[in-house]
Write a protein that binds this ligand. Structure first.
Ligand code: CP
Ligand code: NVA
Length: 309
């Protein structure tokens, strides 16, 4: 049933264009309300959220917990040692038990299959707070940030430089729903998942390019986007990756090639002097902090949507 509301928020491409745009509009509305100091809008009053983290986090943890509280609810942090998903207890048992205490579950996990299993067995909405495969809440916040700074997402040129990782997969899935120009410039052998690239290209919504040439890619960009070269779970490969990724650092020279209108974005945490220079991240056209702030506002709207509020 095309009209049935999705229970979970696992991939941006599970939703159609109008739903994604509605969520982003709602994010703007509730953001304005929160920033005005208004504290009487409490849609999550009497509700609780379980937040499962198998990996470290600052933004995801604090933005979800704060956002849920500001709208009247109570969030419970469950760190890597608390639940030990799949080790102390099976994912399907965790899903069914938490569903009996909580109104919503947010989870950050390693294997993507874990979030799929959680969603399958939970009777309450499950929100993906990052997996090895994707990071949909991040890219919803990024879309909101681009709309606020560039004026719109449709038709903009977003150039990602670095590893073809979870962030890239969410950009690709967004590009299969909303029309813009997405380029991923990565070293050979570090391209995003082929099936996801094909899915996004086959959708026929956006112009999508995968290249190994960052200098050519950034010309005329509205946004130059970067992420760490070694994601969580890959830190042992960090030194080797630094060698392979030479030439993929976003530095002043690359931003100059991009052109004057280009904003710099990064999901953070950033390693200054590795994937991006200190100068680029501190420059006036860097919007990494408004971007981080928008995690909370985008997620509030996502939670309101999946909870039918
Ligand atoms: N961008 C992001 O998800 O940050 P954290 O890992 O700190 O949550
Ligand atoms: N690609 C990074 C994103 C962190 C928010 C990671 O998975 O570690």
């Amino acid at each position: 049933n095309a009209n049935a509301r999705q229970k979970d928020f696992l991939h941006i491409s599970d939703f159609n264009k109008s739903t994604i745009l509605n969520i982003l509009d709602r994010a703007k509305e509730v953001k304005a309300l929160i920033k005005s100091g208004e504290r009487t809008y409490l849609p999550f009053k009497g509700k609780t959220m379980a937040m499962i983290f198998a990996k470290p986090s600052m933004r995801t943890r604090v933005s979800f917990e704060t956002g849920f509280y500001l709208l009247g609810g109570h969030a419970i942090y469950l760190g890597p040692d608390d639940i030990q998903m799949g080790k102390r207890e099976e994912t399907r048992d965790i899903a069914r038990v938490l569903s009996r205490y909580n109104d919503i579950i947010m989870a950050r996990v390693f294997a993507h299959q874990d979030i799929l299993d959680l969603a399958k067995y939970a009777t309450v909405p499950v929100i993906n707070g990052l997996t090895d495969y994707n990071h949909p809440c991040q890219i919803m916040a990024d879309a909101l940030t681009i709309i606020e700074h560039v004026g719109q997402l449709e038709g903009t040129k977003v150039v990602y430089i670095g590893d073809g990782n979870n962030i890239v997969h969410s950009w690709l899935l967004l590009a299969s729903v909303i029309p813009f120009h997405f380029i991923c410039a990565c070293p050979e052998g570090f391209e995003p998942d082929q099936e996801t690239v094909k899915k996004a290209q086959d959708a026929g919504v956006s112009k999508i390019e995968i290249t190994n040439d960052p200098k050519e890619a950034v010309r005329g960009a509205d946004v130059v986007y970067s992420d760490v070269w070694a994601s969580m779970g890959q830190k042992a490969e960090a030194a080797q990756r630094r060698q392979v990724f030479q030439g993929f650092q976003v530095d002043e020279e690359l931003m100059k090639i991009a052109g004057r209108k280009a904003y710099f974005m990064h999901c953070l945490p950033a390693e200054r002097g590795v994937e991006v220079t200190d100068g680029v991240i501190e420059a006036p056209n860097s919007i990494v902090f408004p971007q981080a702030e928008n995690r909370m506002h985008a997620q509030n709207a996502i939670m309101l949507h999946v909870m039918g509020l």
